[in-house]
Design a protein around this ligand. Sequence first.
Ligand SMILES: [Zn+2]
Length: 900
Amino acid sequence: MIHKSKLAAPGLAVTLICGAILAACSQVSGTPKSVPDAAATIPTRAAIPGLSEKYAKLRKRQVAQVDYQLSANLDRNSDSFSGTVTADTTFQHTLQQPLTIDFAGGTVESVAVDGRDIPVEYNDHFITIAAQHLPNLQHAITVHFQHPYSKNGSGLHRFEDPKDGKVYMYTDFEPYDANRLFPHFDQPNLKAHYTLDVIAPKDWIVISAERESRVEKKGELRHWFFPQSQKFSSYIFSLHAGPYHIWEDEADGIPLRLMARQSLAQYVKPDDWFTFTKQSFAFFQPYFEIDYPFKKYDQILVPDFNAGAMENVGSVTFNDSYVSRGEKTQAQRMRLANVIAHEMAHQWFGDLVTMNWWDDLWLNESFATYMANLSLAENSEFTNTWENFYLGTKQWAYNADQRPTTHAIQLPVKNTDEAFANFDGITYGKGGSILKQLPYYLGKEAFRKGVSNYLKALSYRNSTLDDFMGHLGVAAGMDLDQWQQQWLYKAGLNTIEASFQCQKDQITGLTLKQTAPKEYPTLRTQRTQLGFYRMESESMKQVATLPVLYSGAITKVKEAVGLPCPEILYPNEGDWAFAKVNLDPVSVENMSKYINDIEPPFIRLMLWQSLFDSTYDAKLPLDKYISFLLSNGAAEQDINAVRLNARNLGFAYGYLNQIPIENVRRDELQLAIENFVWTQLQQSPAGSDRQKTWFRAFTDVAHSTRALSHARQMLLGELTVGGLKLDPDMRWDLITLQNRYLYSDYEQAIERELQADNSDRAKLNAIAAEAVRPLPESKQKWLDNLSMHRDKFKLSELREAAYSMFPSEQIGLFNTNSERIFATLSQINAEDSPELISTYASIFPLMCNQKDAQKIKDTLAEKQQLKPMLVKALKNHLYSSGRCIAMGEVLAQNSIQIRK
Ligand SMILES: [Zn+2]
């Protein structure tokens, strides 16, 4: 899966990046202990949602093999669907204990063993069959069932397109929602073959892992038959259906299809999709030395999707927000290429070879994250993959790893709720980053060979971390035990710093220092390089690089002696290491003098980020950071640095809303930001990516009457800024902005736009624009909907409202509602929907004072029963508050000094 990270947002992390996917993770390190044979100790399964590792282990000891035949009836109008599944099950031994079959939230009409009905024992979570009904080693278990279509994007989701009334369906299962489609053993290490047939309306197509073998006419219906699939885990099984528009192509003999809703089809760029798809296949097949293991490759764009995309075998789903209704920027095209490659990498890593249990989820996600970037770097039109990786994945990981909610990459996962909670910046970002290091450490070819051998040895089976490390170690001829201990079993981010002395313009000594936070004191070994920069002919050039191995607290670099004395020394050139950089004072001084004279864009990107880090770490006062950026940022034209600066200015603007500071000074700084962004927007070349980047920043920071008036004029077509063309989604950004400040005809702006744009995206945007209004009645309405009328809404609608409800300047409105918001937490916590929990957690705004933050502390202290996900989200809020409070203190001290 790829989750839907919007951006790596330090201050607003919970709202912006981790909204969909955070939870607490125990910071236990070390190898998970094996559970002794629990046949005697787990007599019955508790009647609660989810699946525990203990129980999954027990069931694995019961079930030797299973294959499913599934028949489903789908239609346009009902609230629920019906089906029959037969599980041909072979047992390891004669059962002494009951067998349970996972099935959440459905209705069971009958259960039969070998054709004979037995009493139905069903508790809304699973079906129980007493051992006496299963006397032999092989049985065919048949269940007739019904299940409501899902409205929250998990299980079998039903969507009705407001534009044309057409109905579409798709499934989304990871980690534990396949059992919302049909009763079965929903754990990754019970891989099965699936034989599917589906009855559906005649104008629909039905999509699953295999292509259909035949379709029979049945009046207004069609009966679709699919051949038996290959063997894989159920969380990557799929069933999508609806009148999807189809494009076809092929890649090296692999049949390709791309599908989207009909109302969205005009915006899809199939050439980009197929090009990126073919490039990834062309990279992965030789890299893994295994041909694509499944028979066809479908990619389906689906609405209301909770994540970014999902790697179902042969029928990958993508959030249809990947379709832009205007011209994509290169960064957006690259994001698309990246997610295509990510899901494709999973076909081998995850689908062909699958983790035994969710504790090795990182193996799937880190690997797909790294491989997607490698594939882009090696075989695509994109030239700045690793800069992009630094800007996105790496910042997400660094940020996550400094929080109190960080955890070791490899950690025990007790149940499927915890598994859900681990789709986070550590699993994807840090895991992906450390895999990026491994080829430098082992050698590129040894790494590739190890991966290939691992996949070949374990095809169609399950694996563990030890299998993976074992194959890498053998291929490289290295013992990876220490590496594994340092990187996989210990949490925390190291800081690295270089110091050097020079005489006669030559280095006489260079020392590297590594430190660790006191909570996570591990010092690690990592290979990276030093970058040396000097001013030559009026520009700062890279004059040397030097590979180094950080190890322990102090590393002396003898090889540096005699090199020309640098004006800037960057201790993680090329971003190979996973470490935070502290620049030495000389480099800091020169960076601030020469930032725009530094030639290579990647180093400027890292230096701009380190400036922001200093502010976020409460070392550099926020106002100094802002004035530095406003004085020097205009000359920056590298698109990645522009993206980074625009994003960080947006954060700075948000902090200013709450940091205690004299109002005159606050206004002055915020207006300066707004003016700067407006100027950049006007001055960027028409239609350029820079212009689009500054446009987005403008919709974040515009607040003055003048800017709001510009925004409205742009919307009405009375003002064109630098030749910028507005696409429908950009128009909605302006409408949301107008509503955020109740500017002019903000209500009519929504109505007018809905007349012209009646797509589902428009409807979601209209919800956001309404919920963002700083009016008690708007908050009341959406809090009512979130707390009392959830059943009337799709999760995608609630999420839209929750995300936009309390921008940082509306902390006052949050506080007047806070009692209710905190009280609703326990109600939300009781729901069996991690997606809903993460949605709700996203309504908490930035909090920049102790009093507001105290409520979160109290809640964490009182409510011991909060689910891991909610605990993690709240702890993250507390951390963000802490950062903001610290930034405020530094700013206050600084202003006092100035006044003196
Ligand atoms: Zn993934």
